[in-house]
Design a protein around this ligand. Structure first.
Ligand SMILES: [Zn+2]
Length: 250
């Protein structure tokens, strides 16, 4: 394999018709996929993806869910993940989201449960695939205090100052194809050392255009990172693959 998509949602229904085909193309293009899910249905369905030779899975509970579900539902899902611990390569998608969750009480609940999840990842020595939308400061603070496993900040939308905090803590940043049309992501990529960069698609979201995104777009991300950092394509491809290998043993 040459490339890794460290954050895709191929379990989603929108891929039901052509998932086989997409993963076949990925195999031909030597793209490895780390799938992330974050709810009951997604976590169960993601187990089916293990039949593909170029897929590993992460399981988690989305921050929009941890803000809403009952204690019972939360711990039941943690139990389900625990039961499947041998089959998973990481914990995610998890984190904080203050974009969709604005209620202070619910944010508090999100934070408490995020801490539980970090503790769980530490205990099982599994990397964390992190969502931090509009809660980047709190997410980095908590992770820097608690996490002792590799941390991937997916689609990071925080300031460059906050990014520096993440860099200092040794966190990885995964870059989606929207970098092609986003000045903010280009500035972020310039700042992050290549040893801490990863490629992702967040498929079916965050594509290079408004179409459905899929992991075959990964080489476009590498191309844009290479151009932005003024490093040749092969060096970026090899280094980002190595970075992912260190985390997921891809
Ligand atoms: Zn995602």
């Amino acid at each position: 394999m040459k490339y890794v998509d460290v954050h895709a949602h191929l379990n989603e229904e929108i891929f039901d018709k052509d998932r086989d085909e997409i993963l076949k193309i990925c195999e031909e293009k030597e793209i490895f996929v780390i799938n992330c899910s974050g709810d009951k249905k997604g976590n169960r369905k993601s187990l089916d993806l293990l039949k593909y030779p170029n897929v590993k899975i992460c399981m988690g509970i989305y921050p929009t869910k941890t803000a809403e579900i009952s204690d019972e539902e939360f711990f039941d899902e943690i139990d389900f993940i625990k039961k499947n611990i041998e089959k998973i390569a990481g914990i995610g998608e998890v984190g904080l989201d203050f974009h969709w969750i604005k209620d202070k009480e619910k944010q508090k609940r999100q934070i408490e449960r995020f801490k539980e999840i970090i503790w769980f990842a530490n205990k099982n020595k599994l990397p964390l695939n992190i969502h931090s939308r509009k809660a980047e400061k709190e997410t980095i603070e908590i992770l820097s205090m608690m996490a002792n496993v590799p941390v991937i900040l997916h689609c990071f939308g925080g300031s460059l100052n906050l990014a520096s905090e993440g860099i200092k803590n040794g966190f990885y940043f995964s870059i989606p194809p929207i970098i092609i049309r986003s000045g903010g992501f280009k500035a972020l990529v310039k700042k992050i050392p290549i040893q801490q960069l990863l490629s992702e698609t967040d498929s079916p979201y965050l594509g290079p255009d408004k179409e459905r995104n899929d992991p075959t777009n990964i080489p476009l991300v590498i191309k844009q990172i290479a151009e932005t950092k003024k490093i040749d394509f092969d060096t970026v491809q090899k280094q980002l693959f190595e970075n992912a290998k260190k985390i997921f043993n891809t």
